[in-house]
Ligand binder design. Sequence first.
Ligand SMILES: [Ca+2]
Length: 266
Amino acid sequence: MKKVRAIALIALAVLTTSSLAAAAVSQHHSYLPMVATLAGDLALLNPGFEGAFREVDGITELKVASGWEPWWDPKATRPEYKRADLVVDPRRVHSGSAAQQWFNNYATHTAGIYQRVIGVPVGKTLVFETWVQAFSSGQDDFTHSNGRYRMRIGIDPYGGLDPESPDVVWSNGGNAVEPYDAYQLLHVEALARSDRATVFVWGQAEWPLKHNDAYCDDTRLYVLDDGSTPSPSPSPVPGGLTEEQVRDIVRQELAKAIRAWLATLE
Ligand SMILES: [Ca+2]
């Protein structure tokens, strides 16, 4: 029995350590997302914009998916942010049940979202990919854009939070695309310069038309592994949790069960 108890105590110590690490991650998650490194991949929090959206700073018009932060150019109008719902318009969701949307009416904007990660391997090539879509129109035909809306994605390999910083490396050499009425995949690579990095999604409405809407879904950040195929990022699971978050919950529950069983042996 002593041997069994010793094994149980070791298992509990291992589980508790990983649970504490998981708790440390969740405490910082609202402003400075932290990441787990899985087989060379960097796990963005909530890469698919699933789960509950929160009101940033208590502002109703700023509904942003957990793990992400909004940004906008204060010299132009602040757009509204909200959850693009599969049930409302399936064309605006790339996968799962939701995507992030920002928009305004009869106004222009330069705006988007960002997320900062830590634990980045300095000197390696980072890859950020995101599906983006725009709808820009003076009419209410939601299947056909006739305006002007541009999008791009970027990486700040120093982990800064300013999308206007010259440190940010943008997709297509900075040339934005116009992904009207259907999702398009954007890709950008940057050399990791520090132990943290920030990923940005950027959208710009050029004309103050009735509708200027931007959407993004299914982001991915990984380290290019010297030519080999990168392993997939953790996929979202129902309820908005990543596989890693589910594993943490299982670890905590196991630790709880072992503690309860040890108590019966006292
Ligand atoms: Ca989604």
